[in-house]
Design a protein around this ligand. Structure first.
Ligand code: GDP
Ligand code: MG
Length: 597
């Protein structure tokens, strides 16, 4: 049958190990791209992604390849996001495949994210084909890397393919291995339609586009479809495949990967992991594995100028069209006025949203420190989720506060092991496991998520000189002895600066925070008093002395360019200041908490 000549595969790799480069090579070899297009990495379509070197939105390419056996094969490459924040998307992409290339940089070896994604693939029954990339590098050590794959991941790496995505060496062997080692899809084209939504995004011209893997059945334009998670129905307007350019087709059948356009206006209606079926002849059960995505990290986003509130709302609405995992709702802060409480998948997701708001939508934002969600058990037995420290109920009414605990897995070369263990202990981590794999050590800790969202990634990178890699997953909510730490500026509590901290280090945090704030708040016309408090207990006090002279006086009016520069600098600086009562507070001060141990 036609399915015998189909291969559906993904690429699993740690960031920078060469996934995008290899994907482009494969597409090029299959004739999907011209040399010119090859120069740009097509699979990373967003600017921000390219700068950060990660693929955030999964994309795909349906390719044709004439193999050494003379047969023409249809290869469907399904790109996956490369960051831990997007592990659910990765799992959905992988479940749409029969195989995955495991790309390991032969000069770096196995890293945490590779292992996590590889386990996901193995759990899903996906055939893993190891590839050792970057063998053109003098520092490449393919034998060591093979050993690491076997030790750490536990799969046979003896037939790993040696390749260089950069020079093209080994890329044909990789494609032949995809054909030989990865099974053809199975599925019944006559059965009721079951198509897995691998990805969905908003297109300005056609509305929502769903990328699907057809598991059973077939789908044609004019079919009436139903999305099983929401039970909403639509008319299928168009189906097709990406080559990587979009190409319309008459039908998508079992085993194939392609897109559906069906007049869906809102991205939330086309959730990743949902199952598409036909209204006429519906499937009795959806495909397994669907999950509603929940926000893990929250922060307040406020316009610097309060008259920009509507503009910020419109920008968030537009951004949400393209990002179903972004959540927001209006929020009022005494200090910052009208803004939004936003929920993100993780810290990286949060940074991306902030950056896009600033760059693409030209918004000037004040962002409050990121926080996790707490479960507050009230005396009356009700459980209240709290995602804003300022909203923590009165202590007297609270029975217990539960914080999210995550399990983190770190891979680190032995020489930095001590540093990493010290850091994990500082972050209230509990060691669960430690195993040696050659030069690498695998550490498993349970840790409060609140500690990780603060600055754990940065600290981990710095204590390991960039060599440690990290993966994490949610474990449970657990009772914790936490308290609310407030900041008072000239005697007034600034709600946007409140945070929830562990009691054991609350005094230290309060002092550090007040002292950091003193450095970050510029001198003003009057003295500014900064206080940190737990309940009515003042635990730290700092003072920003009033400014003495006009800054411009220093220029003596002589050097006009210098004066202009200074004014411009002040203006730029000013954009990120927020007037709170009589005091101007810069953006950095709201994030000061991120800078303390
Ligand atoms: P990704 O993050 O896994 O998608 O990695 P990229 O494909 O973006 O590659 C990361 C970096 O490694 C880029 O600078 C690539 O040019 C480089 N790179 C990728 N493959 C090779 C290779 O085979 N050899 C060498 N020397 N560099 C490579
Ligand atoms: Mg990439």
């Amino acid at each position: 049958s036609a399915m015998q000549h189909i291969r559906n595969f993904s690429i699993i790799a740690h960031i920078d190990h060469g996934k995008s480069t290899l994907a482009d090579r494969i597409i090029h070899l299959c004739g999907g791209l011209s040399d010119r297009e090859m120069e740009e990495q097509v699979l990373d379509s967003m600017d921000i992604e390219r700068e950060r070197g990660i693929t955030i939105k999964a994309q795909t390419a349906a390719l044709r390849y004439k193999a050494r056996d003379g047969q023409v094969y249809n290869l469907n490459l399904i790109d996956t996001p490369g960051h831990v924040d997007f592990s659910y998307e990765v799992s959905r992409s992988l479940s749409a495949c029969e195989g995955a290339l495991l790309v390991v940089d032969a000069s770096q070896g196995v890293e945490a994210q590779t292992v996590a994604n590889c386990y996901t693939a193995i759990d899903l029954g996906v055939e893993v084909v190891p590839v050792l990339n970057k063998i053109d590098l003098p520092s490449a050590a393919p034998e060591t890397a093979k050993q690491e794959i076997e030790d750490v991941i536990g799969i046979d790496a003896s037939e790993a393919i040696l390749a260089s995505a950069k020079t093209g060496v080994g890329v044909e062997d990789i494609i032949e291995a995809i054909i030989e080692r990865i099974p053809a899809p199975q599925g019944n084209p006559e059965a009721p339609l079951k198509a897995l939504v691998i990805d969905s995004w908003f297109d300005n011209y056609v509305g929502v586009v769903m990328l699907v893997r057809v598991v059973d059945g077939a789908l044609r334009p004019k079919d009436k479809i139903r999305l099983m998670a929401t039970n909403a129905s639509y008319l299928c307007e168009q189906v097709g495949v990406f080559t990587p350019k979009a190409l319309q087709r008459d039908v998508l059948s079992a085993g194939e990967v392609g897109y559906i356009i069906s007049g869906i206006k809102e991205l939330q209606a086309a959730q990743v992991g949902d199952t598409v079926t036909l209204i006429e002849k519906p499937a009795t059960e959806p495909l397994p594995g669907f999950k509603e995505i929940k926000s893990q990290v929250f922060a307040g986003l406020y316009p610097v100028e309060s008259n920009q509130y509507d503009s910020l709302r419109e920008s968030l609405e537009k951004l949400k069209l393209n990002d179903a995992s972004l959540h927001y709702e209006p929020e009022v802060s005494q200090a910052l006025g009208f803004g939004f409480r936003c929920g993100f998948l993780g810290l990286l997701h949060m940074e991306i949203v902030q950056e896009r708001l600033e760059r693409e939508f030209d918004q000037d934002l004040i962002t409050t420190a990121p926080t996790v969600i707490y479960e507050v058990v009230m005396r009356d037995g009700t459980i209240v989720p709290v995602e804003n420290p300022a909203k923590l109920p009165e202590q007297t009414k609270v029975e217990e506060i539960r914080e999210p605990i995550i399990t983190i897995t770190v891979f680190v070369p032995q020489e930095y092991l001590g540093n990493v263990i010290t850091l994990c202990n500082q972050k209230r981590g509990n060691q669960v496991d430690m195993t040696y794999h050659g030069r690498q050590v695998q550490l498993v800790y349970e840790m409060p998520m609140a500690e990780v969202v603060m600055d754990f990634f940065d600290k981990l990178k710095s204590v390991s000189r960039g060599y440690a890699s990290l993966d994490y997953e949610f474990k449970e909510f657990r009772a914790a002895d936490v308290v609310k730490l407030d900041v008072l500026i000239n005697g007034d509590k600034v709600d946007a600066l409140s945070m929830i901290v562990h009691r054991a280090n609350s005094v230290y945090r309060g002092r550090e925070l007040a002292s950091k704030m003193r450095q970050l708040i510029p001198r003003q016309m009057y003295d500014v008093a900064i206080q940190a408090a737990i309940g009515s207990n003042i635990i730290a006090r700092e003072n920003v002395k009033a400014m003495r002279k006009d800054v411009l006086a220093k220029c003596y009016g002589g050097d006009i360019t210098r004066k202009k520069k200074l004014l411009e600098k002040q203006k730029a600086g000013k954009k990120r200041m927020k007037q709170v009562g009589t005091v101007e507070i810069p953006q950095e001060a709201f994030l000061a908490v991120l800078r303390i141990g």
